[in-house]
Write a protein that binds this ligand. Structure first.
Ligand code: BES
Ligand code: ZN
Ligand code: ZN
Length: 492
């Protein structure tokens, strides 16, 4: 899809659908007033007065234009209450508009004015960025295996006459973010037979402008990442450790490591999952997909930070060489781990990736993982859990989440969580022995490998894959954390 910022009178814009936003208890101003005039007052007289269009958030109304203006149809969209409009709602509206224009109206060319500008605290840049980000999310389809494909929007125009440059900048960043999110969604939606550790490695190697190295099984063994390797033993797929590095042009303000859990399939291993729980476990590489999405676009975003992106990619399978409950393994940092449950495999792969990051002389380590079912019990699909050892880092990521229209909710790390992973035969074990609190005992486990470096852990088990539409993101892979981590990186 092409996105462009244009300057023109609304009545003269030739497109299939022109979109105008209206606040609740509609008082016509801005683009809606301009269109109303050009349409001889149809909007005020018929849509609002007679049809009682209330402009509640997300409500729509479609009008034919009968050649009174250049556009074929007008899509009126309710913006809800002015004081309630925020970045997340702007993104959601962008997504809903794209979906409506695409699936219902079968439009090829759409034009809208950046609604929401001028509202307290939201700049034209922010509004345009959020809307365009939403448009890309809403127009996304995973249809490469469908015989019959539906048509798609080809051009989306943003009409802005007063400050086209600011709109242009917002649209550009919004488009990059949306594309990064969709790269992640594609990787997650692909079946595990396609997206193997090898496939993730090849995808990483194809990203231009990064220094990328991929370590194979032997090299991972030589490094001493035996916790990661143990998880891979039951699988016919070779594990791959992926390290991508982005270096900014000037002196970097910071060095940041981002780590994505890269289980291309999690059967549970010998502690096999029941069918229902295994069904979507191709998505257990959503953290890795997020990292690849971000790194695919980082050269266009040019943040002033050095970024090391790490993925320990493997499957967790119950093959005859599989690691077993009761095994004791040694991680890269020398700590020994008793395997209490082979389905708590993500933390074993992350343990080595975090220990590897801690040796890289980075200022911050952020890991993103579909780590625990317990986090879904705690927060549902509506938010990711965030934990860590540095409150400032956690606060800044939560703030970046507000810009990226994603919710991160902090969960506590108490000394009891560290006690819960004590083992009688090894330094720690890979499950907690407390009743409940599984998201926190998993984080307490990861903390053991941070070497006290600033670290935040984001558990995306809930929002990574949606069972139903949420705030504009349709059912399926969401690409969660891509947008917010990009916001975090460019804010540095
Ligand atoms: N990949 C799962 C967590 C998960 C569950 C992600 C549902 C997305 C949706 C993880 O590897 C796992 O199986 N965790 C276990 C840990 C337990 C054995 C301590 C869990 O959460 O049940
Ligand atoms: Zn598991
Ligand atoms: Zn898993």
């Amino acid at each position: 899809m092409e996105i462009k910022v244009i300057q023109n009178e609304l009545s003269k814009i030739d497109c299939d659908v022109i979109v105008a936003g209206l606040f609740e208890q509609p008082e016509l101003n801005g683009s809606a007033a301009e269109l109303n005039n050009a349409l001889d007052g149809i909007i005020s007289k018929y849509v609002i007065e007679k049809d009682k269009f209330e402009a509640k958030f997300g409500q729509t109304y479609i009008l034919q234009t009968y050649d009174k203006i250049a556009a074929s149809k007008v899509l009126l969209v309710g913006l809800g209450k002015e004081e309630e409009l925020d970045i997340a709602k702007l993104r959601e509206l962008g997504a809903k508009i794209a979906k409506k224009c695409d699936s219902t109206l079968k439009a090829k060319t759409v034009c809208l004015t950046p609604y929401g500008k001028g509202i307290e605290g939201i700049s034209l840049y922010d509004a345009t960025k959020a809307i365009v980000h939403g448009i890309l999310i809403g127009a996304y389809k995973f249809d490469r295996y469908l015989g019959e494909k539906t048509s798609s929007i080809e051009v989306f125009e943003i009409a802005e006459n007063n400050n086209p440059q600011e709109a242009e900048n917002g649209a550009k960043t919004g488009q990059i973010i949306g594309e990064a999110v969709n790269i992640a969604r594609d990787l997650i939606n692909e079946p595990a037979s396609v997206v193997t550790p090898e496939y993730l490695a090849e995808t990483a190697l194809q990203i231009e402008g990064l220094e990328t190295k991929v370590m194979d099984e032997d090299e991972v063994g030589e490094m001493g990442m035996d916790a990661f390797l143990a998880v891979s033993y039951g699988s016919a797929e070779e594990p791959k450790f992926i390290h991508m590095k982005y270096t900014p042009d000037g002196t970097p303000k910071k060095k940041i490591a981002i780590i994505g859990k890269g289980l291309t399939f999690d059967s549970g291993g010998l502690d096999l999952k029941p069918p229902k729980s295994m069904r979507n476990m191709k998505t257990d590489m959503s953290g890795a997909a997020a990292v690849i999405g971000i790194m695919s676009k980082i050269r266009e975003l040019k943040p002033n930070v050095e970024v090391h992106a790490l993925i320990a990619a493997t499957e967790n399978m119950p093959g005859c060489a599989a690691y077993k409950p009761g095994d004791i393994i040694r991680a890269l940092n020398g700590k020994t781990i008793e395997v209490d449950n082979t389905d708590a495999e993500g933390r074993l792969t992350l343990a080595d990736a975090i220990a590897y990051a801690a040796k890289l002389d980075v200022d911050e380590i952020i890991d993103i993982a579909t780590l625990t079912g317990a986090c879904i019990v705690a927060l549902g699909e509506e938010a990711a859990g965030i934990m860590g050892n540095n409150q400032e880092l956690i606060d800044n990521l939560i703030k970046a989440g507000e810009k990226g229209a994603e919710r991160f909710w902090q969960l506590p790390l108490y000394p009891e969580h560290a006690t819960a992973i004590k083992s009688p035969v090894a330094d720690i074990k890979n499950t907690g022995s407390t009743t409940g609190g599984g998201a926190m005992t998993a984080a307490a486990f990861l903390k053991e490998f941070t070497d006290n470096k600033n670290w935040a852990h984001i558990d995306i088990a809930g929002p990574a894959y949606l069972e139903k539409e949420m705030r504009g993101t349709p059912k399926g892979a969401s690409g969660f954390t891509v947008a917010s981590l990009i916001e975090y990186l460019i804010a540095q």
